[in-house]
Write a protein of this length. Structure first.
Length: 391
């Protein structure tokens, strides 16, 4: 099972990263992509460890829940041999499922020459003749439908038998066939089965007997891959139920006890705001030195999210002085300053709100202080957490 929790695809030329269920399935897709000469740039998880459908599904689910946004689509490709998994990884009205955080999954489509087959793996995209191709040592892949369930012997050549005949139960019919790549022997107990790994490697290396395979059926897989890439590039086309929503508050007019104060003057930080407003980010931590504006940034994000914004407007908003800055705090030319009547008035307002709260009334505390000038006068510029009360 891969240990990575985030796949970083640094090369901008790659459009998506693909996981496959079998340890060599990616080799078939990579070769098909090359042979079909498709205009797709893909990277594959090429570790030779067999994930299996359950482990692959668990990894899919874990990557969609990570707090790190996936920059490129992660596409999980499953075989079509487990109905329960197929149902879970398939979309209801699309050929794929979007899990959120740019993570997608689908079960391989049914190729036209395998209609009604129940246990499709990637090898069944080739014809029966191609599947039965012998390597230089006389080995090949077998299909379970070639054997008799009762004896495990080959239907056409009784001298060949399958060693694990108990595994043939229910899969000896043509439409229920599975690929067999081990435990096939002749009368002298010589192994006749070619492993799936060697089969894929022979195709990938263009070994003469395997070099002329027909890859046209694989185009069905890449049609789904392309539709996923297009959906990822155009989020507006995605189903809203499949995106990770910002948790908007239900009533803008309501005064919330834990809501931060209004940020009246805010300059810059557009890049940070865009990242916070990204609907794919579930949790974000704002860190930095004291006085850098962490609380102001968080308060501004709250305000924008409350108004349904998912990105910073392209037209900058005018900096408007907060009305709280004018409450009991005039200009420095002989009028009240926060160090005198202004601050005392503010404290009085906070005290009144606290008293009202204790009496069961809901109030919003204008917890602002004036900063930015030597004598403490001027417009409100920061949120002082020491006097911001959660009422």
């Amino acid at each position: 099972m891969p240990e990575d929790t985030q796949i970083e695809i640094k090369q901008a030329s790659y459009q998506a990263f693909v996981y496959t269920e079998g340890k060599t399935d990616w080799k078939h897709l990579q070769k098909a992509l090359q042979k079909l000469n498709l205009n797709l740039s893909l990277r594959f998880y090429d570790k030779e460890d067999c994930l299996g459908d359950r482990n692959l599904l668990d990894h899919c689910k874990s990557l969609c829940k990570t707090i790190y946004p996936q920059e490129k689509p992660l596409i999980f490709v499953f075989d079509r041999d487990n109905p329960q998994v197929v149902k879970e990884v398939s979309g209801e009205d699309k050929p794929f499922k979007h899990w959120g955080n740019n993570v997608y999954s689908f079960a391989i489509p049914i190729p036209s020459h395998r209609v009604d087959y129940e246990n499709l793996s990637i090898e069944f995209y080739y014809s029966d003749v191609e599947i039965k191709t012998h390597d230089t040592e006389g080995r090949r892949l077998y299909m379970s439908s070639e054997f008799l369930e009762a004896s495990g012997r080959h239907r056409d050549n009784p001298s060949i038998s399958y060693g694990n005949r108990h595994k043939l139960k229910g899969i000896t019919d043509e439409l229920k066939a599975k690929i067999i790549d081990s435990d096939v022997f002749d009368e002298q107990s010589r192994s006749l089965a070619l492993s799936k790994s060697d089969f894929a490697e022979n195709i990938n290396r263009d070994v003469p007997a395997f070099a002329s395979f027909n890859f046209t059926p694989f185009s069905e897989i890449f049609i789904v891959v392309k539709s996923i890439i297009e959906a990822a590039e155009s989020p507006a086309l995605e189903d809203e139920s499949e995106t990770i929503p910002i948790r908007f508050l239900p009533d803008k007019e309501r005064i919330f006890r834990d809501s931060p104060p209004v940020v009246s003057i805010f300059v810059g930080r557009n890049m940070e705001l865009d990242r916070l407003l990204n609907p794919q980010i579930r949790v974000a931590a704002i860190t930095g030195l004291g006085g850098e504006g962490k609380s102001t940034l968080a308060a501004k994000f709250f305000e924008m999210a409350l108004n349904g914004l998912t990105k910073v407007p392209s037209k900058p908003q005018e900096a408007v002085e907060s009305p709280y800055a004018r409450h009991g705090s005039q200009s420095s030319e002989g009028q009240n300053c926060p160090g005198h009547g202004g601050r005392e008035a503010l404290r009085a307002r906070i005290g009144a709100a606290v008293g009202a709260s204790r009496r069961g009334r809901s109030h919003h505390v204008p917890a602002f202080v004036a900063r930015g000038t030597g004598n403490g006068c001027g417009p409100v510029r920061a949120w002082d957490k020491s006097i911001c009360l959660a009422l």
